[in-house]
Design a protein around this ligand. Sequence first.
Ligand SMILES: *Cc1c(COP(=O)(O)O)cnc(C)c1O
Length: 250
Amino acid sequence: MQARPLELQERLRAVRVRIDDAVTSSGRTAPPELIVVTKYFPTADIRILAGLGVADVGESRDQEAAAKTEELAALGLHWHFIGQLQSNKARSVVRYAHAVHSVDRPALVTALDKAIAAEQLSRRDGALAPRPELSCFIQVDLSGAAGGETGVSGHQRGGADPADVVGLGRLIDAAEGLSLAGVMAVAPLGADPAEAFARLGDISVSLCSRFPAAAGISAGMSADLEAAVAAGATHLRIGSEVLGDRPPLR
Ligand SMILES: *Cc1c(COP(=O)(O)O)cnc(C)c1O
């Protein structure tokens, strides 16, 4: 094997060991799903990962993701959109995304719903099969800054105020082309991830009391996957621990 496939194979193996250990020590039976975050990395790496059994990949910028998904359509991967999303990008994202993890406001729900409807029409016109419903995770701001305060770390990462989660869930649940998958969060900078993910778990419980199928918890990155697994994460989003340090922003 060449150097890069060997490197990715070894890193992926090590990450899977970390996940297995975390699952064991938290006493869980069902392991979480691994989403490998490939943002800023080339399609050659994604081909290697697909060959190593990775089926779910995450991207955070529409322009980059649209180009990659077009080139790699034949691999049949599930693409997870995990970055901040402007409403005017919804039409593009629904062409390739299996799931969006960053739904955080009513206007985005409306835009995604309309975009799905338009996508289904254009597939019907092209005699193509309809796409499945778009899985939507509600991104929650755990920094305590969602009310618009300034200067609180983490707020720039986006997310809905915890108090707004059930209302957003109702909108997503009512949208024909969208399915409510659960909640998502990034641990706030400088905070204890275990404490933050425990709060996310509580928010998940209250969402599930209204929408029992919305049991997904998308949480955990390279640095805090153990805390996320312990708090019940169902989807881990792991980038640098698999791919190495990200190249500088182009
Ligand atoms: C980049 C990114 C990740 C992956 O982060 P790593 O620390 O590289 O594992 C996960 N979630 C989101 C929302 C991201 O933007």
